[in-house]
Design a protein. Structure first.
Length: 279
């Protein structure tokens, strides 16, 4: 499938700032299921650095400005060709040891209930059957955790989301990741996009899911929001231990007190469409 994408993130500061330094993960890396035909990231008022790639194959680019400003806008445009790989992600450039992803992060500390969820998913399967366990876990999270926007925040932990049994794709992914690590399955958070014109939804644009490392297979994606493995509708952009590590935009501003300057009027708009003109 050939997908055209346009993603705009804009926001205002309550008070003008003297400058900004921002780090982004908005540029995907090609892999077995993704060919990048074109991709561009623009900032409304900052200079951009060269892109460097970390051990997780995240493309990181910095934007800096020393001019006074009150509004920020990022614009991402791209054209990609995707392939259904049954969720299997392969990138030969990745050098990080999968065992790193057994590490517990602040947003994925497991509760007793999450540990029990993992045991329920395991259901007698052995370590050689982690693929079956992973599919079970995805189905359980889909069933038990309702997708409900505006019920959590970016800082909501897996524990809190599972306790209230609702959240957004970030929360469902965090719960899966937290549970998987308790039973020895390396798991990480993935940020990206999902194109789904046939079933419009709140999560079809910016999206998040989990990846588990399965012995003899490698990394496999699991999307508990849609109860499926990522296919040709998905554009994988970045990954990390949790959402804070894979965040598409992070940064600081200077020139005004951090205590009373806040971000206002945040707007994220993503449009995806299948390219009908492809040959």
């Amino acid at each position: 499938m050939e997908i055209l994408l346009k993603h705009i993130t804009s926001y205002d500061y309550k008070y003008p700032v003297s400058g900004i330094v921002q780090s982004t993960k908005l540029y995907p890396s090609p892999h077995n299921g993704l060919e990048i035909l074109s991709w561009n990231v623009q900032h409304s008022s900052a200079k951009k650095s060269k892109i460097y790639r970390d051990a997780e194959v995240n493309n990181i680019q910095s934007f800096t400005s020393s001019k006074p400003l009150k509004s920020i806008q990022f614009t991402v445009t791209g054209k990609v060709k995707t392939l259904d790989t049954n969720g299997i992600y392969i990138n030969a450039e990745e050098t990080i040891d999968p065992l790193v992803y057994l590490r517990v992060s602040a947003l994925t500390i497991p509760s007793a209930d999450i540990k029990n969820l993992a045991l329920e998913a395991k259901n007698g399967f052995t370590e050689n059957e982690n693929l079956e366990t992973s599919h079970n876990l995805m189905k359980l999270v889909t069933k038990k955790v309702e997708y409900k926007p505006l019920t959590t925040t970016n800082d909501t932990t897996a524990q809190d989301a599972y306790k209230q049994k609702r959240g957004v794709c970030q929360d469902q992914a965090h719960i899966m990741i937290s549970a998987a690590r308790t039973i020895g399955i390396p798991a990480r958070y993935v940020n990206g996009y999902m194109h789904n014109n046939s079933h419009p939804s709140d999560f079809q644009a910016t999206h998040a899911w989990a990846e588990f490392y399965i012995q003899n297979l490698g990394w496999i994606g699991f999307d508990p929001t849609n109860n499926c493995c990522p296919d040709e509708r998905y554009i994988r952009v970045s990954c990390g231990l949790d959402a804070s590590y894979a965040s598409p935009i992070r940064g600081i501003f200077y020139g005004h007190s951090n205590q009373d300057n806040v971000i206002e009027n945040l707007n994220i708009n993503v449009e995806t469409q299948e390219n009908s003109s492809q040959q």
